[in-house]
Design a protein. Structure first.
Length: 324
C-alpha cells in the first residue's frame, strides 16, 4: 500500500513558504513523530536526504566572482544559524509540557540540524575545500555570529530556560525569529532557482519544513491564549521585547552585502535570466539589491498581518511591522 505524502510536505505540490505560512493550519498532534517519519523522511526527503537536492550545480558557480561569493556567504551563515537553532530548540524539547509538543520539537530539532548539514554540504560543490569546512564556516561567519546570532539565541533560550515560559519561547521563535527570517528564505529560493538549481532545491526543501514550523508554532500559541486569555498582555510584552532586540541587530548590513554581490554577479547571466520573474510582473534582472531587501521586509509584514490575528494577538501586528 502506497501512502500519499500530505500536500504540505510533498516536494512538488507544497505551497511556497509565504502562502503556506499564511494559510496552512497544522497542530503539534498532527505533526507528531509518526507524521515526520512518513511525510518528511519518506516523503519530502525521498532521494534528497543527504544533499538536500537532486540537481546539478553549473560549472560557472565554481568560478571565483561575486555571484559565487554571495552564495557561499549565504550558505555559510545559514548553516551557522541553523546549528544555533538546534541548540536553542533543545531547551524547548526539555521544557515541552506534553508528548505532542515534545515529539514536534524533537522533529524540528532534526529539521534544523538537517538544514545546517545541507547548507554546509553544498559548499564543497561550489569549490570550497571539504577539509576543515566547519572551522572555515565558523571563521568567515564569526562577525555575523557575534553580532546577530548570539543575541537572538540568548534571548530565545533565556525565555524558556531562565524564565520558564515555554509558550512565550514558542512565540518568540515563531513570530520574532522564524517569522522575520522566513521571507528572506523564500527570496533565496526564487533568486537561485535558475542560477544554481541545486541551491534552489536546497532552499525549497528547507522552506517546506519552515511552513510546518510556523504553522504548528502559531497553533500552539493560539490554543494557549484560548485557554488562558490573561496571558495575552505578557505575550504582547514579550513580542515587544523581541522586536526591540531585532531592531538593534545589524541584519540589514549582512543581507545587503550579499545582495550587492548577487547584484554584481547576476548580470553576467542575463541570457539565462532574461524572462525570469522573481515575482509576478517583476523580472529578477530589473531588481536592485535594496528592492529585494525591501521585498522581503514587505513579505514579513504580510505574514504578520495574517498569522498574528490567527494566534489571537492582532494588536501585535504593529509591533512586528517592518515598514515604519
Amino acid at each position: 500500500m502506497t501512502v500519499r505524502t500530505p500536500l504540505e510536505a510533498d516536494w512538488d505540490r507544497a505551497p511556497n513558504l509565504l502562502d503556506g505560512a499564511q494559510r496552512l493550519t497544522l497542530t503539534a498532534r498532527q505533526c507528531d513523530l509518526a507524521y515526520w517519519l512518513s511525510a518528511v523522511a519518506q516523503g519530502t526527503l525521498r532521494g534528497r536526504a543527504r544533499r538536500g537536492h537532486a540537481a546539478a550545480t553549473p560549472e560557472y558557480m565554481r568560478e571565483p566572482g561575486p555571484l559565487r561569493e554571495a552564495l557561499v556567504l549565504e550558505l555559510g551563515n545559514r548553516s551557522i544559524a541553523e546549528a544555533r537553532a538546534v541548540r536553542v530548540l533543545s531547551h524547548y524539547v526539555a521544557a515541552a509540557p506534553g508528548i505532542a509538543e515534545l515529539e514536534f520539537f524533537t522533529t524540528q530539532v532534526v529539521d534544523e540540524a538537517r538544514h545546517s548539514m545541507i547548507f554546509r554540504g553544498h559548499l564543497p560543490e561550489l569549490g570550497v575545500p571539504a577539509d576543515g569546512l566547519v572551522a572555515w564556516i565558523e571563521e568567515q561567519g564569526a562577525d555575523y555570529t557575534e553580532r546577530v546570532l548570539d543575541p537572538i539565541a540568548e534571548f530565545a533560550t533565556s525565555v524558556v530556560r531562565d524564565e520558564g515560559d515555554f509558550i512565550g519561547a514558542v512565540a518568540v521563535f515563531t513570530i520574532v525569529v522564524e517569522g522575520v527570517l522566513a521571507p528572506a528564505a523564500e527570496l533565496s529560493e526564487r533568486k537561485w532557482a535558475l542560477l544554481d538549481p541545486a541551491a534552489g532545491e536546497i532552499a525549497h526543501g528547507a522552506s517546506i519544513d519552515e511552513i510546518r514550523h510556523l504553522a504548528v508554532g502559531s497553533d500552539i500559541v493560539r490554543e494557549h491564549l484560548r485557554r488562558h486569555p490573561k496571558y495575552r498582555p505578557h505575550l504582547i510584552d514579550l513580542i515587544r521585547r523581541g522586536r526591540r532586540l531585532w531592531d538593534e541587530l545589524p541584519v540589514e548590513e549582512f543581507v545587503m552585502h550579499r545582495e550587492e554581490l548577487f547584484q554584481d554577479g547576476m548580470h553576467a547571466h542575463a541570457d539565462l535570466l532574461r524572462d525570469y520573474e522573481v515575482f509576478p510582473g517583476r523580472k529578477l534582472l530589473e531588481t536592485t539589491a535594496k528592492e529585494r531587501y525591501d521585498l522581503a521586509e514587505r513579505w514579513t509584514d504580510d505574514m504578520a498581518e495574517v498569522r498574528l490575528p490567527y494566534m489571537g494577538v492582532p494588536e501585535a501586528v504593529e509591533l512586528i511591522r517592518t515598514a515604519r
